[in-house]
Design a protein around this ligand. Structure first.
Ligand code: GUN
Length: 302
């Protein structure tokens, strides 16, 4: 059996179309568009490229967007002042502070300073609490987990009563996706297990999974024999395992990316699988846009 490939790029395009239609309608009825600010401190190349992609997508959707780049030596106090400025700015519905922040700045303090009603990353403790409570309490599901759930649902995979095994317990992916999948409601109602570095017999847990979500950050951690035949495998890992000449410009080297699952072998066992790259990755920015739109809709009461 060869698995159905769940393509993040295709699902992204569908959702961006839905968002663009909503933005157009809100603009016509309320004369306002969603506003997103991304705050980048320093010049880390990976962070710069993520932020550029986020702002480009926001612009294409017709959002009001601001890319606020600050020097690497900005003080914590000044950064907190900047967050406060955007908290008070009526044209801004979403504030994203790109992580990691430079040493010497307490990222917890900065994230906690964002108005929870503009925290489109969903990292503020208030939003983490809302996620735990579930249902209508959830305002801003964190972007990568929200994207994963959307992919599972749009692929038509049954989640109710499904055994979901999550590999990895990070605050950004593992813990929130486990929380989303165990909630009451459509696209959830699953029985969830989280496994991590201290778990005994990780393979035995994975073999039970109807839906296996792997976010460990270790290339090839999950072996093909750990996958239950027909299971849905969501690979969140993006591991740089080397370099190769770019297809567009062979003089330039680009990273070779591998997931936490060996795709070629796993696709012969799984029923559904996400590729790396082109799987979960494109969904994160998409969900950031959706959260920013949600923020504006909450404000307008629509
Ligand atoms: N750095 C890497 N991923 C993320 C993310 O999802 N949000 C923020 N704010 N920073 C990141």
């Amino acid at each position: 059996m060869t698995a159905q490939i769940i393509k993040g790029t295709e699902i992204r395009d569908q959702i961006l179309e839905e968002i663009a239609a909503d933005v157009k309608e809100i603009k016509e009825k309320h004369n306002v568009v969603p506003g997103l600010v991304t705050i980048l401190v320093g010049e880390d190349p990976a962070s710069m490229s993520y932020v550029t992609a986020k702002i480009k997508t926001a612009k294409e959707l017709g959002f009001h967007e601001i890319q606020d780049t600050q020097p690497v030596d900005i003080s914590e106090e000044d950064l907190l002042g900047l967050v406060d400025k955007y908290n008070k700015d009526d044209s801004i519905n979403g504030i994203l502070v790109q992580l990691p922040l430079p040493k010497g700045i307490d990222d917890k303090k900065v994230l906690n300073a964002i108005d929870p009603d503009k925290d489109v990353d969903g990292f503020h403790p208030v939003n983490v609490g809302r996620l735990m409570i579930g249902g209508d309490e959830i305002k801003f599901p964190p972007c990568t987990p929200a994207g994963i759930q959307e992919m599972i649902v749009r692929a038509g995979v049954e989640t109710s009563g499904a055994e979901v095994v999550v590999v990895g317990r990070s605050n950004i992916v593992g813990k929130p996706i486990a929380n989303l999948m165990l909630q009451k409601g459509d696209g959830a109602n699953s029985t969830v297990t989280i496994v991590h570095t201290r778990t005994k017999n990780m393979d035995e847990h994975c073999k039970r999974a109807d839906i296996l979500i792997v976010a460990a950050g270790v290339a090839g951690l999950v072996k093909p024999e750990w996958i239950k035949p027909g299971a849905c495998v969501i690979d969140v890992g993006v591991n740089r395992v080397g370099e190769k000449p770019s297809k567009k410009n062979p003089d330039r080297m680009v990273a070779i990316l591998k997931g936490d699952v060996d795709f070629d072998e796993a696709k012969e066992i799984a029923g559904y699988i996400t590729p790396v790259p082109g799987g979960v990755g494109p969904m994160t920015i998409t969900m950031l846009m959706r959260n920013t739109l949600r923020s504006l809709k909450f404000k307008l009461g629509i």
